[in-house]
Design a protein around this ligand. Structure first.
Ligand code: ADP
Ligand code: MG
Length: 643
């Protein structure tokens, strides 16, 4: 144990941030707002909060450190609690949606940006905190962007209101970014640059366009693997869970065939929706003489730093949420990264020694990438965040102090959506209705919050809570590549002719009935972690319902009532079958199909609602439910009259 502690201390002292420790403390001591820039892995996230705490700059209040991703919040809190030699949840804790590991003695609180924003609804002045660190600011998530304005306003108010209160310091931390924009937004505040470690990196471009980047990645990994010394790790950037899991499996299979010809290899997937325990595995050392290969999403771009990486293989692709304000459609789509992202990814190869980066695109293609990633607030549906802003009492959204404004059209669209959901009313100013206030109490997408509120009047709150919980966690089921058919056959018994939402409900019910039995889960290819998480989410949502004095009712399996409730929130995500057998969304007449993973894949119901649209080779509706067109009209006559 002592040895471990010793090596932790040593690692800490070798970080670039350590050398700048005194300077950081002095800098922040005299400033209200500061920006700290440093390369990924220099120790910003793990070390800076500890320096401030050790120097007692927190004045006995809490230091909040926001992260765009829950995985980063959890794994970094874990690491810092080890460095501070305390149990997680004591001095060092984390708070992410549906998972709060903090206590009254927590002073270093790692949290998602979404959670801090949620806290601001109850306390817009964030009085619990003496220091708010907005970390990974370059990611420009929608929540961090809104927080910029919220903490700036809180700081101003707290300084003017009560001099006895603890003042609020704001620290912006980021890898390379558009510093001038940030500094001028925060009143020309000074910027501290951490001296990073960056060794030269050899860049290789693909000589020609790659139509199948995951295949190209596979080939490249084995080119490197056959030549490089086994202690040199490879980090591959792909886009999403399915693709990553498939690639990991292929790498594993090929490496077994190569036994004897190349060193042994350990391959790890890394993506946001993994359970934290699984994610932490990527940090663990592999046996000597074995190569470490990590296949990751952009989570490994800046938020998590893994040691021993000498080679980066970059697909140049990322999965992004896109919203088209003119069509009102939210889409998940695999797109090109920005040049800034590509540079970040490349940088991962040269943190400890010179490295190499293989770009699976041509140099001409790279030149066509957009220079910077568009802030999420300019490409996402704003309805969720607007609901929260309105709940905080910010009613003049258009004139809110955004660092970069969303388009007026997207604000209008979001307000329209909230209006159709019955959450806002426009009198002389825009404000939340009683329904809207209740919706804002749920840490959920407004559509899901609305479904819960509808359910209490339709006598099926229990069932709806289950469905909403399932939609808030990752997939309840898994389909191993080699046993896909077996998995589908095993789960046939849960399938509902009315679609996926009802199927999920059946699975969760049976999971509960089996009391999470491991054998049952294995036989039915049910992911017990995610199913347990769904039950935990359900418990928490039930608590919120209880606070709102709702009656818990059950429809005793009346599926019509359940599906009518779902329509109450998802009417904007509806599609109808045309005479040629294609689906068209009702809102914008976009051509789409039922996703192959859906239990309705081979069926052609006349009307459906869906959870989300995913664009791959085609536009797919994911999580689909059969509905009666009359329900759609009855749910919101004004919405359908307009069309
Ligand atoms: P930055 O925020 O500047 O990118 P971090 O503070 O996140 O840097 O990381 C500093 C160092 O701590 C990294 O080199 C990383 O390898 C190490 N580290 C961070 N989290 C963990 C962890 N969970 N396990 C092992 N090492 C970690
Ligand atoms: Mg960091």
């Amino acid at each position: 144990m002592n040895e471990k502690l010793h090596s932790l201390k040593k690692e800490q002292q070798e970080l670039p941030a350590y050398r700048a420790r005194k300077q950081i403390i002095q800098h922040i001591q005299r400033l209200r707002t500061a920006i700290i820039i440093g390369e990924t892995g220099s120790g910003k996230t793990t070390q800076v909060p500890q320096y401030l705490y050790d120097a007692r700059l927190h004045q006995n209040a809490v230091i909040a450190i926001t992260q765009p991703r829950r995985v980063a919040a959890i794994s970094i809190a874990q690491r810092v609690s080890e460095e501070k030699q305390c149990n997680l949840g004591e001095l060092v804790g984390y708070n992410v949606r549906f998972d709060n590991m903090t206590s009254a003695c927590t002073k270093l609180k790692y949290m998602t940006d979404g959670m801090l924003l949620r806290e601001a609804i109850l306390d817009p002045l964030l009085k619990k905190y003496s220091i708010v660190i907005l970390d990974e600011a370059h990611e420009r998530t929608i929540h961090t962007d809104v927080l910029f304005g919220v903490v700036k306003a809180a700081q101003k108010k707290r300084n003017s209101l009560n001099r006895k209160d603890v003042s609020l310091k704001i620290i912006i931390m980021s890898a390379t970014m558009d510093v001038d924009n940030f500094s001028s937004y925060f009143g020309s505040c000074p910027v501290l640059y951490l001296e990073g470690r960056q060794f030269p990196i050899k860049l290789y471009y693909s000589p020609e366009h790659q139509s199948d980047y995951s295949f190209a990645a596979l080939v490249t990994v084995f080119q490197i693997h056959r030549q490089a010394s086994p202690d040199e790790g490879i980090l591959v950037f792909l886009t999403g869970q399915e693709e990553i899991e498939a690639t990991v499996k292929q790498i594993w299979d090929i490496s077994k065939e190569l036994a004897g010809e190349a060193p042994p290899l350990c391959v790890f997937p890394l993506y946001a929706s993994q359970p934290p325990i699984v994610q932490l595995r990527v940090f663990s050392p592999v046996p000597k003489g074995t190569r470490k290969v990590i296949v990751a999403t952009n989570v490994a771009e800046t938020s998590l730093t893994i040691k021993g990486i000498k080679y980066v293989v970059d697909s140049g692709m990322v999965k992004a949420k896109l919203f088209n304000p003119s069509s009102g459609l939210d889409l998940l789509k695999v797109v090109r990264t920005s040049r800034a992202q590509a540079v970040q990814r490349t940088g991962r190869a040269g943190r400890e020694s010179p490295g190499s980066c293989y770009r699976l695109y041509t140099e001409q293609e790279f030149d066509q990438f957009r220079p910077n990633t568009l802030p999420e607030i300019q490409r996402c549906n704003l309805s969720g965040v607007l609901l929260q802003m309105l709940a905080m009492g910010i009613s003049d959204i258009v004139n809110f102090d955004f660092i970069d404004k969303p388009t007026t059209q997207s604000i209008i669209n979001a307000l329209d959506q909230l209006n159709f959901l019955g959450a806002v009313e426009k009198t002389d100013k825009i404000q939340l209705t009683a329904v809207g206030k209740k919706m804002a109490a749920f840490p959920l997408d407004p559509r899901l919050a609305k479904v819960i509120l509808v359910a209490k009047d339709m006598n099926c709150l229990e069932e709806i809570l289950s469905i909403v919980s399932i939609l808030s966690v990752d997939s309840l089921v898994y389909n191993p590549q080699t046993r896909r058919e077996e998995a589908v056959a095993a789960r046939k018994k849960f399938e509902s002719a009315e679609g996926d939402f009802m199927t999920y409900l059946n699975i969760l019910r049976s999971f509960k009935a089996s009391a999470g039995n491991k054998k049952w889960c294995r036989e039915n290819f049910v992911n017990s972690k995610n199913a347990n998480m769904a039950l935990e989410v359900r418990r928490q949502l039930r608590g919120i319902c209880q606070n709102q004095g709702m009656q818990f009712t059950s429809s005793a399996r009346d599926s019509n009532a359940i599906r009518k409730c779902l329509v109450g929130g998802f009417f904007m995500n509806a599609a109808e079958l045309d005479k040629d057998g294609n689906y068209l969304t009702l809102s914008t007449r976009k051509l789409c199909s039922i996703h192959p993973s859906s239990s309705l894949f081979n069926c052609k119901p006349a009307y459906v609602i869906y959870n989300e649209l995913v664009q791959t080779t085609k536009c797919y509706m994911r999580d689909v439910c059969v509905v009666d067109p009359d329900w759609l009209y009855d749910a919101v006559p004004t919405y359908f009259k307009k069309k």
